[in-house]
Design a protein around this ligand. Sequence first.
Ligand code: IMP
Length: 207
Amino acid sequence: MKIIIATHNIGKLQEMNFLFTEFIPKNYNINLVSLNKYPDIPEVIEDGDSFQANAEKKALFTANYTGEMVIADDSGLVVDALNGEPGIFSSRYSGENATDEQNIEKLLENLKDIPEELRTAHFACVISIATPNNIIGSFKGICNGIIGTKPQGDNGFGYDPLFIRTDIGKTFAELPHDVKNRISHRARAFEKAASLIEKNIKLIEKI
Ligand code: IMP
């Protein structure tokens, strides 16, 4: 059976494959397919006012376009001292087409007078599951940390070099991929979504 992952990003597809093996260990003979298999699919404008609204919009549109079961996610960094910024604007914090480096620079600038104990933040992710004309469910996961004063580490993407897990004492960018992928906001959201995903696989496959 085919499940569409609503992304063009190969890294995210690999991460979803990892999460399936981790949280749905039974082998259902599932093939996860990214949007790269649908080159003509129109881009979904992420104009919702929450992670959930954006994830559901992507999931439903993609399910209606492909006729398949879809998993979509929306995520971002929520910084307490900045009233939740950059939030749903995380990828374009310093402007449309901003690079990770530009976004990091803007975040450091906005936090430059904020002391360590007030630099608390979390990554948030909402995973939505849809079939044509039907949102089956949406699940939120978060991962707490603090924002460092300089980028550290070469793994990962986005704000990973600034996001310090205080219990580990390292940024996400200093952790091996499999360690980050087990504790991340996406893993926490997927863990909650797993039993519903499994239930729908069984329904569709008539197992
Ligand atoms: P999207 O949900 O894949 O569109 O991600 C939105 C943006 O949030 C990304 O472009 C990153 O800037 C940020 N972000 C989301 N998840 C992570 C993460 O695990 N590490 C670092 N940045 C992230």
